[in-house]
Design a protein around this ligand. Structure first.
Ligand SMILES: Cc1cc2nc3c(=O)[nH]c(=O)nc-3n(C[C@H](O)[C@H](O)[C@H](O)COP(=O)(O)OP(=O)(O)OC[C@H]3O[C@@H](n4cnc5c(N)ncnc54)[C@H](O)[C@@H]3O)c2cc1C
Length: 417
């Protein structure tokens, strides 16, 4: 246990306010720490690597850090399930799996974060057939307020409610994650596609490789970069009919040093080194930034994009870059892709909280008719109650919170008003 000192999230826009920070060295210590905090009437929240832009990992009680819970294994080669402790980061899991001939199905843009933190917020990569990270979770062990461990396995009645849990049900001690045989990916980048051409053929473009991302700052009728992550099963990608040209050298989404990016140029290699955009030893993205993201039904992709383009001038002073990705539908109650194949509109903003707070209501206004679900870990002006209203199983989730945590030990003031 330690006094907190000044703790911030990765972006520095959230100053954490815990009364103390607990860093258990193993699962037994974790259970004991949660039980004693709850018995003392403290609220408890969990933090992974604190890469969320919202206050979702903050608390006014005890903050449990999973930093020392980093054990990986064993892997069950028959079921394809690997057991990990909840502090394990994608970077270390990717290496561990690759050495044994296995891989995760997908990655977010950065491998620096914990798998548990990513699953808790429905963090995702891209790919029309790829579910978010939480969809790879096959089972988990949850520490409840009394310090007991409760195991949930895919197929259990509550399972779809406990994976994307926003830290609100307890502390995940261990996860079992579905993996697949290792596979190679070749990443290439195309520059300067026409926005209208891409939107006209949106499904074709996004389905044309294992994972496709579009980058634009919305200021012109242009998709500035198309990042294509292809497997051996994908046909060659050619965006010349979209007005694009193949990048002749490596690029960074916001024009920073591409050395921070995973290998490009169509050179094939292990998927864990290419499905993320950024390398683990480098600062991901721009660094000094804020982020926002909205998920809408993929069928609304073109209309929603046009709506954003219509207010491009209002975004100009704060936008660094926007990324458009696709996520396969799932059945996880609080997942941003629950029940619908989704497209996500991500915004990397300048580190200007006041400027960003002014554009969020405008964006949310033009997207309102598409029933947008904001990313749980990013900035939004949508009030918590309205956010919950966009999830058909929200009432079931709230009932699960009450059932598993009747005293509200894990209640999070950031979104459970
Ligand atoms: C540069 C950058 C790039 C990003 N790129 C993407 C992207 O490509 N796609 C995307 O979807 N998101 C992206 N994000 C957002 C990021 O994926 C989420 O913020 C993610 O939740 C961060 O993981 P973390 O380990 O830092 O979790 P934290 O921020 O520490 O915690 C997030 C939530 O998970 C809960 N939690 C963490 N561990 C546990 C546990 N053991 N038990 C119970 N609850 C737990 C916390 O209580 C909190 O509610 C990005 C963020 C940054 C800073």
């Amino acid at each position: 246990m330690s006094s907190p000192g000044q703790m911030n999230n990765w972006a520095g826009n959230v100053a954490f306010g815990p009364t103390r920070v607990v860093t258990p060295r193993d699962v037994d210590e974790l259970c004991a720490a949660v039980a004693s905090a709850a018995a003392a009437g403290e609220r408890v929240n969990t933090v992974g690597t604190a890469h969320s832009f919202s206050a979702i990992a903050d608390t006014d009680g005890a903050l449990v850090s999973t930093e020392h819970l980093r054990r990986i294994g064993p892997i069950d080669e028959v079921s394809g399930w690997v057991t990990i402790e909840s502090g394990v980061r994608f970077a270390e899991l990717g290496d561990w799996l690759n050495h044994r001939g296995w891989a995760l199905h997908n990655l977010p843009s950065l491998p620096h974060i914990t798998v548990a933190g990513a699953a808790a917020t429905a963090t995702h990569g891209s790919g029309v057939r790829n579910g978010n990270i939480a969809t790879a979770v096959a089972a988990l062990d949850l520490v409840l307020a009394d310090g007991s461990l409760r195991r949930f396995v895919d197929g259990d009645p509550e399972f779809s409610g406990v994976v994307v849990a926003l830290g609100a049900l307890g502390v995940v001690a261990r996860l079992q994650v579905r993996v697949r045989p290792a596979f190679d990916v070749a990443q290439s980048v195309w520059l300067g596609a026409g926005l209208a051409a891409v939107l006209d053929r949106f499904d074709d473009v996004m389905s044309s490789a294992y994972s496709v991302s579009l980058f634009t700052n919305w200021q012109h009728d242009v998709i500035q970069q198309i990042w294509v992550k292809a497997t051996i099963d994908d046909a060659p990608f050619d965006a010349s009919d979209l007005g694009a040209t193949a990048a002749m050298s490596d690029v960074h989404p916001v024009g920073a040093d591409p050395a921070a990016c995973t290998p490009q140029g169509g050179v094939s290699g292990p998927s864990h080194e290419r499905l993320a955009h950024f390398r683990s030893g480098f600062t991901p993205s721009f660094g000094a930034e804020l982020q926002t993201e909205y998920f809408v039904d993929r069928r609304d992709a073109a209309a929603a994009a046009q709506a954003i383009r219509s207010i491009a001038d209002r975004l100009a002073s704060v936008i660094l870059i926007s990324e458009i990705r696709t996520i396969a539908a799932d059945d996880l109650w609080m997942s941003t892709a629950y029940g619908r194949d989704s497209v996500s509109f991500h915004f990397t903003w300048r580190l200007d909280p006041v400027g960003v707070s002014k554009v969020l209501p405008l964006l949310e206004d033009v997207l309102e008719s598409f029933d947008p679900r904001p990313h749980w870990a990013k900035l939004t002006a949508v009030a918590p109650a309205r956010q919950l209203g966009r999830y058909p199983r929200a009432d079931d989730f709230i009932a699960l919170c009450t059932a598993l945590d009747p005293n509200g030990t894990f209640r999070n003031r950031a979104w459970q008003s």
